[in-house]
Design a protein around this ligand. Structure first.
Ligand SMILES: Nc1ncnc2c1ncn2[C@@H]1O[C@H](COP(=O)(O)OP(=O)(O)OP(=O)(O)O)[C@@H](O)[C@H]1O
Ligand SMILES: [Mg+2]
Length: 249
């Protein structure tokens, strides 16, 4: 469903993402882990077509992100680190607007907005102005805009960052539901390791722009708790050897 091959991003001298390759199969829910500055957001922006790669290829639902950008982008829903919300718009108007720019047919639009509103439990705030909502509700609006065109793949960048524990549990349950309801493929980045254990079947660990681990949660945690594995794999140098440094997160 998502096929990444030899993907790199350079910013001048800095190699933010360094020839990474991975595949995510249909219906998989994958935790994309890594310390700060590992290259998670850069990778997600390339996979969703928001950032051109320096090299490498990305295919989403069989569509090459450079050769068939519209079809690829139609197959993917993206919740960026900072959701692209318009604070002055009402929730329902905003979701209609996103459905329009995501090419949902005029006929299907009202129903898609309704479904996204229900799926993200936004009924009670549908006529509220986005800027007046709590952070938890704004994050749900962010998720609703990611699913309004019914994409096969969801890419979520730290979907629970900055939420209180109650909201975190709600958003987590929502993501689980979104994943299971239509067999959607989900890739989510997070720093919260219990979140990965709660939601994901598979782990991709990136550090210094390279994939360090790729396996099922069970396989990956055979060598210790997810936290131990994270700390060990995050603290490696570019040759994959331990640095003995304390990682940043
Ligand atoms: N537009 C840019 N120009 C220059 N450097 C950038 C740019 N965007 C990202 N970087 C650098 O690329 C590296 C990877 O950044 P990225 O945001 O992908 O990390 P991340 O894994 O998402 O980190 P975090 O956990 O803090 O969100 C960092 O060193 C960052 O400073
Ligand atoms: Mg990031």
């Amino acid at each position: 469903m998502v096929e990444v091959e030899g993907l790199s991003k350079r910013y001048g001298e800095l190699v933010a993402v360094d020839r990474i390759s991975f595949r995510v199969e249909r219906g998989e829910v994958v935790g994309f882990l890594g310390p700060n500055a590992a290259g998670k957001t850069t990778t997600m922006r390339m996979v969703t077509g928001f950032l051109p790669p320096s090299e490498g290829t990305v295919r989403v639902a069989g569509h090459d992100i450079l050769e068939a950008p519209l079809a690829a982008r139609r197959s993917v829903g993206y919740l960026p680190e900072t959701p692209p919300l318009y604070p002055e718009m009402r929730v329902k108007d905003y979701l209609h607007y996103v459905a329009t720019i995501k090419d949902v047919s005029r006929r299907a639009r009202a129903e898609r907005v309704e479904r996204a509103t229900e799926a993200c439990a936004l009924q009670e705030v549908r006529t509220r102005v986005i800027g007046t909502l709590s952070r938890g509700f704004r994050q749900r609006v962010g998720l609703a805009q990611a699913i309004v065109h019914d994409p096969e793949v969801l890419i979520l960048d730290e979907p629970t960052a900055g939420l209180d524990p109650g909201q975190i549990v709600e958003i987590r349950n929502l993501i689980k539901r979104l994943a299971s309801e239509s067999g959607r493929t989900v890739v989510l980045s997070t720093h919260i390791l219990p979140e990965v254990e709660a939601i994901c079947q598979r782990v991709l660990l990136i550090s210094r722009g390279r994939i360090r681990l790729d396996g099922s949660l069970d396989e990956v945690t055979r060598g210790g708790s997810l936290e131990e594995v994270f700390l060990r794999e995050a603290a490696v140098n570019d040759e994959g050897e331990p640095t003995g440094e304390e990682p940043q997160s």
